[in-house]
Design a protein around this ligand. Structure first.
Ligand SMILES: O=C1O[C@H](COP(=O)(O)O)[C@@H](O)[C@H](O)[C@H]1O
Length: 263
């Protein structure tokens, strides 16, 4: 039933709240719209994924009508963060996305940019940054004219209960990394400890970010992030996103939004 918009209990430009069963449909609809827009204007649609339950929320994209309507040949897939484990490890964000999403859609395999899982974290971060630079040079990934950081078309991200996004955790020194595109950490408070992550300047250069949060686990972080009055060091990582020239939209289900005061 394509004409029927997803049931949405509440919407403002930057916050969309869906019934728990409707969130995946709403996300698919808005993602497909961006895919059409970018595929029409450029030869590539660059999409960055996180791990976590985001992947399960992409389930409607692999079903009709979206699976048939999207021009998957234009999609290029990246990870905002990755655990430094083998690609077959259950902790791998690549494996999670492959099993739950990428193996079900016809994105060309050479347009799926996973990390090098044969090297240590420092080398994996350097390799990934070098790959991004190569793709910028070939015009696949755009570059921000303002900051010279790569500008991805869409980041589909999740957030942890502590407000972390990517592998940028509260009070961690990497929150302040302003030079590198991709960096690494060996002390992630959430296991596994060794990871690589995009830095804030890369996240901030995005054209669109969809921040997807569902269920009751992050309800306090959602309320703090959207309506809290923290400042300085107490800002949650997700509150530190400062898009230069892009749109940040929360995709919440009613449970995740249940501690929001009405706007
Ligand atoms: O460790 C990670 O956590 C976040 C949030 O995960 P979730 O399970 O709370 O959705 C995820 O976005 C990130 O990619 C992942 O490495």
């Amino acid at each position: 039933d394509r004409q029927r918009p997803p049931a949405m209990s509440w919407e403002r430009k930057d916050v969309k709240i869906f019934g728990t069963d409707e969130l995946a449909e709403g996300l698919a609809k808005h993602t497909a719209a961006l895919s059409h827009k970018f595929a029409h204007h450029r030869r590539a649609f660059t999409v960055v994924l996180s791990g976590g339950y985001l992947i399960e929320k992409l389930r409607k994209l692999v079903e009709p009508p979206y699976v048939h309507e999207i021009d998957w040949s234009k999609w290029h897939i990246f990870w905002v963060d990755e655990r430094v484990v083998k690609k077959t490890d259950p902790d791998s964000n690549y494996k999670l996305a492959l099993d739950g999403f990428l193996s079900l859609v016809p994105i060309p395999a050479n347009q799926i940019y996973s990390i090098n899982d044969e090297v240590d974290a420092k080398q994996a971060a350097e390799d990934y940054e070098a790959k991004l630079k190569e793709l910028v040079a070939h015009g696949v990934v755009e570059i921000s004219p303002e900051t010279n950081f790569p500008r991805f078309d869409l980041m589909l991200l999740g957030m942890g209960p502590d407000g972390h996004l990517a592998s940028l955790f509260p009070h961690h020194p990497l929150l302040h990394e302003r030079k590198k595109w991709v960096t690494f950490l060996e002390d992630s408070p959430k296991p596994p400890p060794v990871r690589i992550t995009f830095t804030f300047p890369v996240i901030d250069a995005s054209a669109y970010i969809f921040m997807v949060v569902a269920g009751s686990g992050e309800v306090d972080a959602v309320a703090k992030a959207i309506q809290g009055n923290a400042s300085g060091d107490e800002l949650l990582p997700v509150q530190r996103v400062r898009l230069e020239n892009g749109e940040f939209t929360w995709f919440l289900d009613t449970l995740a939004a249940s501690k929001l005061r009405s706007f």
